[in-house]
Design a protein around this ligand. Structure first.
Ligand SMILES: NC(=O)C1=CN([C@@H]2O[C@H](COP(=O)(O)OP(=O)(O)OC[C@H]3O[C@@H](n4cnc5c(N)ncnc54)[C@H](OP(=O)(O)O)[C@@H]3O)[C@@H](O)[C@H]2O)C=CC1
Ligand SMILES: Nc1nc2c(c(=O)[nH]1)N=C([C@H](O)[C@@H](O)CO)CN2
Length: 238
């Protein structure tokens, strides 16, 4: 598959976003990623011709700055995948509570909201199918005792999926993927892993490929818009 307009994946310097960025580049798509932290070794991206843009979406200014730099890099886009996310636990400290919620609102809701609106002309400038995909979370319908602000802002992103699908149809399709337990984090201990695995029917940690496959399915299905695709190992039937 080759396409002249790039796929943008935010927060893709590691884990699920990185796997998707490298796979799409191997399929012949031009790819642009955003990253926040400077510790990443970006050489693998650069070897594949992937453009890497630094961005911190925790403030409106950071979001606007990214959009400005993105528009300097490309005049069209095949797809925008909103993957950037901070899995920030709730705080018991009042000040941190407020700062944390605002931060998660900016990353998970304001950034996709502003980037979608500002990138609509770039998507329309691309021939052929155009897609926006929001990475939400399968836990949205249940809530969370420890990540209430994270899940609430992911719920907002899920709602924006339907709104943008209605706003942008029929030229641009807008869908979401709602994952759960795709890839553990390095600091997850065995007790946490065992407890987490019991929450799904399939009781496995599948890895990033199940998300990459779902992205490929969405980008190649002309009849999907406004839908949220759970990728959660049967969590809802446990
Ligand atoms: N992993 C899983 O099992 C699950 C994942 N998901 C969702 O799937 C997506 C990918 O998950 P995963 O790969 O684990 O995500 P990560 O936790 O690895 O986060 C992805 C990237 O988001 C970036 N990011 C964090 N804060 C900011 C910020 N303020 N501004 C810009 N970028 C930021 C980070 O950049 P940097 O590293 O450069 O700081 C990070 O690399 C996420 O949206 C996540 O919520 C949902 C449920 C389960
Ligand atoms: N930004 C992130 N969001 C989420 C992560 C993550 O690592 N980064 N991980 C999860 C977990 O899989 C959780 O669903 C079970 O451990 C959720 N969201």
């Amino acid at each position: 598959m080759t396409c002249s307009s790039p796929i943008l994946i935010t927060g893709a310097a590691q884990r699920l976003g990185k796997a998707a960025a490298l796979w799409f580049a191997d399929q012949g798509y031009p790819v642009i990623i955003s990253y926040r932290s400077d510790h990443h070794d970006l050489s693998e991206f650069h070897q594949k011709g992937i453009i890497t843009l630094q961005a911190d979406f925790s403030t409106p200014e950071g979001i606007s700055d990214f959009i400005h730099h993105l528009k300097q890099q490309t005049s069209s886009l095949r797809a925008v995948i909103h993957n950037a996310s901070d899995w920030l636990p709730d705080s018991s400290d009042m000040e941190q509570m407020s700062e944390g919620f605002t931060r998660l609102f900016n990353i998970h809701m304001l950034a996709p909201y502003l980037i979608n609106q500002q990138c609509q002309p770039l998507l329309l400038a691309s021939d052929g199918p155009r897609d926006i995909v929001h990475m939400t979370d399968a836990v949205v319908s249940k809530g969370s005792r420890k990540h209430g602000a994270y899940v609430a802002t992911k719920a907002g992103l899920e709602s924006l999926t339907q709104s943008f699908a209605a706003m942008f149809a029929p030229q641009i399709r807008v869908n979401a993927i709602a994952p759960a337990l795709i890839m553990f984090n390095e600091d997850d201990d065995d007790a946490y892993k065992a407890k987490a695995l019991k929450k799904s029917a399939l009781q496995t940690e599948p890895g990033a490929d199940v998300i990459t496959r779902t992205l490929d399915y969405i980008l190649n299905n002309p009849y999907l818009t406004g839908v949220v695709i759970p990728v959660e190992g049967g969590r809802s039937v446990v």
